[in-house]
Design a protein around this ligand. Sequence first.
Ligand SMILES: [Zn+2]
Length: 171
Amino acid sequence: MVASETLALHLAGIRCPNFVDARIGEARLAIHMTARRAAAAGAPDHGVVIADSPNGFPCRHCLRWARPGERVILFPYAAIPPGHPYSESGPIFVHAEPCERYSATRKYPADFRNGRAFRAYNANYDMIDAEMANGSEPEAVIEKLLQNPETAFVHARSVTRGCYTFGVERI
Ligand SMILES: [Zn+2]
């Protein structure tokens, strides 16, 4: 089986939206713009950082690594909203300059094939499972987590710093 067939098989019925979950709605799709405005206004929880390594600054809007020398905004993002036992807010980056939102579906973001852990949540935002892509393809891990009918969505996280990278849900 060629690689493209493997990908299509694994991601049937799955999409990898941008850094927010589509279920949350359009308001949060614009969070990158809110972040850019807040940084420009000097908000203390929005820092502007210059990327100084090729794979240390993942942009949650275009789902690519910022290139060394590019400016990124660092700010806290509530990947799991407040009011739940697993509520969580943590630091994420977006490009400071406009970038194109990752809009591919059924396609795993190529820049983040390594170093990700995957957490499955139910519809009540409870974490019900978690797994690392340890030597296996990330698509296979995501598919396994989504095979549980209780899984409402899956989050990809950095295995080292724990930062939220992107969400996956069924379509
Ligand atoms: Zn970007």
